[in-house]
Each structure stands twice: as structure tokens, then as C-alpha cells.
Design a protein around this ligand. Structure first.
Ligand code: ADP
Length: 596
């Protein structure tokens, strides 16, 4: 009997072993538009009948926090649908495409016939029952302003907060931003050293926006900015303490740089806080607010959403609703309707924005009779990726260390100027194209990160930047006349070194000259104009209450961030948008918690 059992056991083990052996794994490494060469490695395992057993993303060099949703969702969908032809994940399209490519390449390289596995399949989701929820404060949008508002509501006494986010991930445009925020501590040595003050920040914000900004809102922004930085630090967010710098179009050295790349540091901080306070704050992803509701007195009392499965989710707001839906730079129709600055912002002009920036908050609040200000003020940047319009791939660290060079090999504007001036100047260049040029001061070896978590060498390998030991070689790679480039850089360096400049100001009016571009390796990366920030929006008070067309406060309705207008005027200072999300997000959350 014992012998029979042993034989059986051996047979079972052999059967199991052969079943395991029948599974075959295939691995490939591919480039990604974000992470560059060899950025994504994926392994797909097939059973002997050819069905997908598992898919893993073994490595992904794309920006963490931005690519996470694709790394999680694409493998899950491939296994669930037994297909390698699944939908990309909204908000993480480029990473999705790289993963899809890695899996396909792995199978093809392994000689697998992928015809059957390539059949397009979509997940059929069964519609869940409609839901009725309630919370003291309801926030629409889990970008920078929305999550700041949710946390602030909790900190100011709300017993329950629900945040709805239509995308499968938090972050909005904020997570894609360069990450730096302007703030001045009047009492600090740094402010004295930089000749800066809260008042100078106030003046520059108003002046830089052609005095269209509301002075009270601007004063609220600048005078609460430093406290906002402290608030972030208190929650554990880390900043590069010694690196106060000028963001492009920021006009002054007052930007604080988070340690984590792009805007990921904000969301790392916010989501940790929310996880630790999950008894109060609930985050609902894939949930789209469609309508803001009011009671018979006209007070806002909740929202109606489409839930993850297409079901209706109705949420009652006991104290208030905060609209933090961001801007509309991805809504070409709205861009064309509202723009009063550029003349044509059709689809040929790309955008830095994430797909969810479609102006939903504007549409919902229009129905409530809210007042909108300066909707025509749309900000473009001269810093878009030539293929996608994105900010990623931008090699500059700050204004101080780089120049802009056109296809003729010439400088053409004040690279320390206003964003609108620099973008207008770029539109006047051949093919609306320029190179950002810098040297080893920024990237001593090329393995250092840019503001988006990419190394210069990765960008070079991915063909998104060029690198050379000499300016002659750089000019060749940029396809510009070497003599021209060398002459232009020599003149620029003369200004940096404070050479013989008596009576010879920079021909484009640049005054910010710091480090000469004279030490290889040299770097250059191409950039084009791109739609970045919709500066107009809903009219708010300094308490973030929404104002109606007739000038009254709409009770129970608050707004913060890019969906609001009247702060940045005709031109936003670089580094002020993240400050806006922190300052007005906090105010909106506190006002909503207090049902102000
Ligand atoms: P801000 O900088 O003002 O915070 P962001 O772009 O960072 O703006 O964030 C706005 C967020 O709002 C995005 O994550 C976006 O997907 C989300 N959002 C936009 N419209 C809706 C909607 N109708 N329902 C839920 N979330 C929305």
C-alpha cells in the first residue's frame, strides 16, 4: 500500500512538473517615449495551449507615479482577456504603449504566432447598482488643488470627505508639472539675498499678468505661499533646500524644488496623508462628476456622477462641494471658442496637459449661473516635446543655465522673459522650433536627472536630445551652422562673465546670466509651442467661494486651482500654478468644511 502511494505521489509530482514545464515565458526590453532606450522590460508566460498565464512588467523607467496605472492595469487586462491587444490606460498612454510593445516583441522574438492573441478585446464590465453616498465635503478632481482641498477639509473639521476623480489615477496636470512652486519667506536670509519679498512676488505676479489679476486674490496667493510650503513639509514632503531657482517665465529666483521628479512629490505626500486618514477621506477613481445639484433655496447640496461601471453615483454634500477639475487645454473646441490671445489653437497646437483637462468644471458651473473671468487668457509655453507637446523630455533645469537657439543657429529672445513673449518669439522662428542648449554645469556626466525624472543620457539614447564634446560637434548634431552657434554662445558667455559690456546690453534684453556654456559635454533638445494652462476660469472670492453672474456667492460651492480665473491675469508666472493649487486648495477645503 505504501509503495502504491509513493508511486502515485511520484506520478502526481511528474504531472505537476510537466504542467509547469508546459508554461513558457518570453521576455523583451523596449524603448519608451518617456523612459528612453530600454526603458520597459516585460515578461509574458503562455500555457501550452497558447493562452496567457501571466504578464509582468519587470522594469519600467518611466516616471514613477505617472506610469503606475499602466504597469498595474495592462498586465491584468491581458490575462483577464487573454489578449495582447488591450486598451491603453487613460493618463498613462505612452507607458501603456511601451508595455504593449514589450509583450508583443517578446512573443514575436520567441517565434510565437500572435494572430489569435492579437484579437482586440475589451473588458465588458457589468453595471453595478446605483449608489447614494454622502459626506460633509465633496471634492471634484484629484489633482493638486483637489487633494489639497480634501486634506484641508479634514484638517478643518470635516468628519467625512469624498473625492471623485474621473481618471484611473490621481494627479491631473499637477503630476506632470515641473514640480517647482514659488514662495517667499520674507524673514529668511534667502529672501534678503535674492532681493525678494512677498510684496515683490505680488507685484511681479500682477505686472506679469498685465494687471488683469484680481489684487486681492493675488495677495492671498503670495502671502499664503510660504505657509503652504511649510504645510507640505509638515506632511513629509521633501524639497531641495539649497536650490531656490527661476522657473521658465518665473521672472525671479523664488521657486522651491521638490526632491521627487515632476509633480510626483505632491501626490506621494497627499496620498500618504489620505491613506492615514482613510476613516475620513475616501477617494473614488474612475468616477466622473456630471452635475452639481442644488436644493430649493439654491444652495449646492451634492453631485451626480457616472461611476466606474457606468452606474449613477449620487453624493450628498452636507457642507459643500469643491470644484477642482483643472483646466480645458485638452478641449480643442473650448480652446477655440474662448481664446483671445493666439488666434488659432486648433489640434495642430499640441498641449502639455493630461487627457482629463477638458473643462468639465466650467460646464457644470455654467449651468449654475457661475461667473467666469478672463476665459480668453490661455497660456502657451515654448517648451513642448515636438512629437507630443508634453513637458517631459525638457532638458533645462532652470533659466539661469541655458539658451534658446533656432534652426539658423541663432538666439532670438530673452530666455528669462515672460512665457507669452517667449512663445510668441518661438512662433516667429522657422518651423516654430528651437533647441535648448546647455553644458556640463547642468549635466556633468549626463546621468543626472532633469525635472521630470529622466537622465540626459536617456533622452539622448531615445533621440530626444543630442550630446557632444564640442560646440562644433553639437552644431552638426543640431544641423545648424557651427560658426553661427559658436559666435552666439561666445557672446552669451561674455555676458555671463560680465565682460566688456559697458553700454552693450544683451540684444534681446536678457539680464539673467549665470553660468557660461563653455564646458563639454554640451546638450541640446528640440522644443515647440504647446498649450499649457487655461488661466481664465470661475470667479472666486479670497475664501474660494464661487461667485454668480449677478455677483452673489453661490452658497455651498467652492473652487480652486486651474478651474478658477482672475489670479494669473494675461500671463502666469512660471512656478505660480502649483502655489495656486496649494494655497487655494487649502482655503477651499477649509471654507467647505465650515460651510462658509
Ligand atoms: P489643478 O492643478 O487645478 O489641481 P489638475 O489638472 O491637477 O488641476 O487636476 C484636476 C483633476 O480633476 C484631474 O485629475 C482631472 O482628471 C479631474 N477631473 C476633471 N473633470 C472631472 C470630472 N468631471 N469628474 C471628476 N474628476 C474630474
Amino acid at each position: 500500500m505504501k509503495k502504491v502511494l509513493s508511486v502515485l505521489l511520484v506520478l502526481v509530482m511528474l504531472a505537476l512538473a510537466s504542467a509547469a514545464l508546459a508554461d513558457t515565458s518570453y521576455t523583451a526590453t523596449v524603448d519608451s517615449q518617456i523612459g528612453g532606450v530600454d526603458a520597459v522590460t516585460a515578461t509574458v508566460t503562455l500555457a501550452d495551449d497558447g493562452s496567457i498565464v501571466s504578464v509582468t512588467v519587470d522594469e519600467c523607467k518611466d516616471t514613477p507615479g505617472i506610469c503606475d496605472a499602466a504597469v498595474k492595469t495592462i498586465p491584468e487586462q491581458m490575462v483577464a482577456l487573454n489578449s495582447i491587444n488591450v486598451d491603453t490606460v487613460a493618463g498613462a498612454t505612452m507607458t501603456s504603449e511601451a508595455i504593449l510593445n514589450a509583450v508583443k516583441t517578446a512573443l514575436e522574438d520567441g517565434g510565437v504566432d500572435i494572430t489569435a492573441l492579437s484579437e482586440k478585446k475589451e473588458i465588458v464590465v457589468e453595471k453595478a447598482a446605483d449608489e447614494q453616498l454622502s459626506a460633509d465635503v465633496v471634492v471634484i478632481g484629484a489633482g493638486g488643488a483637489g487633494l489639497a482641498a480634501a486634506i484641508s477639509a479634514e484638517q478643518n473639521g470635516a468628519k467625512s470627505v469624498i473625492v471623485v476623480e474621473k481618471m484611473p489615477k490621481v494627479g491631473g496636470n499637477t503630476i506632470l508639472a515641473g514640480g517647482a512652486l514659488n514662495a517667499v519667506d520674507d524673514r529668511s536670509e534667502t529672501a534678503v539675498k535674492q532681493n525678494d519679498s512677498v510684496y515683490w512676488h505680488y507685484y511681479q505676479t500682477l505686472n506679469g499678468g498685465d494687471w488683469q489679476g484680481d489684487p486681492e486674490l493675488v495677495m492671498t496667493l503670495v502671502s499664503n505661499a510660504w505657509d503652504g510650503v511649510q504645510w507640505l513639509k509638515d506632511m513629509g514632503m521633501e524639497f531641495n533646500e539649497d536650490a531656490i531657482f527661476t522657473v521658465t517665465g518665473g521672472l525671479w529666483e523664488r521657486a522651491h524644488k521638490p526632491v521627487m521628479p515632476a509633480g510626483t512629490g505632491f501626490f506621494d505626500t497627499y496620498t500618504k496623508y489620505i491613506d492615514a486618514h482613510s476613516d475620513v477621506i475616501t477617494l473614488m477613481l474612475n468616477t466622473t462628476a456630471e452635475e452639481i445639484t442644488t436644493d430649493e433655496s439654491g444652495r449646492v447640496n451634492g453631485i451626480v456622477c457616472t461611476g466606474e461601471t457606468g452606474n449613477t453615483v449620487t453624493i450628498v454634500a452636507n457642507s459643500g462641494v469643491v470644484v477642482a477639475t483643472g483646466g480645458f487645454a485638452k478641449n480643442v473646441e473650448m480652446r477655440q471658442v474662448f481664446d483671445t490671445i493666439w488666434g488659432n489653437l486648433d489640434e495642430t497646437v499640441k498641449s502639455t496637459n493630461h487627457e482629463g483637462a477638458t473643462g468639465d468644471g466650467v460646464k457644470m458651473m455654467q449651468k449654475l449661473g457661475a461667473d467666469f473671468v478672463q476665459m480668453g487668457n490661455i497660456q502657451l509655453l515654448p517648451l513642448g516635446d515636438p512629437q507630443t507637446g508634453s513637458l517631459s523630455g525638457n532638458i533645462e533645469h532652470n533659466v539661469e543655465t541655458r539658451v534658446f537657439i533656432n534652426k539658423e543657429g541663432e538666439r532670438y529672445c530673452d530666455e528669462g522673459g515672460r512665457r507669452d513673449d517667449m512663445t510668441n518669439a518661438l512662433f516667429a522662428q522657422t518651423d516654430n522650433f528651437m533647441w535648448i542648449v546647455m553644458d556640463s554645469d547642468t549635466y556633468p556626466t549626463g546621468d543626472e536627472l532633469n525635472n521630470f525624472g529622466e537622465t540626459a543620457n536617456q533622452l539622448v539614447e531615445a533621440g530626444r536630445a543630442v550630446k557632444a564634446d564640442t560646440l562644433e560637434e553639437l552644431a552638426e548634431k543640431m544641423d545648424v551652422p557651427a560658426d553661427k552657434l559658436i559666435a552666439v554662445i561666445t557672446e552669451y558667455n561674455r555676458h555671463c562673465e560680465g565682460g566688456d559690456l559697458e553700454g552693450q546690453p544683451d540684444e534681446f534684453g536678457r539680464t539673467l546670466f549665470a553660468t557660461p556654456i563653455d564646458d563639454g559635454p554640451f546638450y541640446a533638445a528640440g522644443r515647440v509651442p504647446t498649450v499649457h494652462h487655461t488661466m481664465g476660469g470661475v470667479h472666486i472670492t479670497t475664501s474660494a467661494q464661487v461667485v454668480s453672474e449677478t455677483g452673489e456667492i453661490i452658497p455651498g460651492l467652492y473652487a480652486a486651482g486651474e478651474v478658477t480665473g482672475g489670479i494669473h491675469g494675461a500671463n502666469r508666472l512660471g512656478g505660480n500654478a502649483l502655489t495656486d493649487t496649494v494655497v487655494f486648495g487649502r482655503i477651499a477645503g477649509a471654507s467647505a468644511a465650515a460651510a462658509k
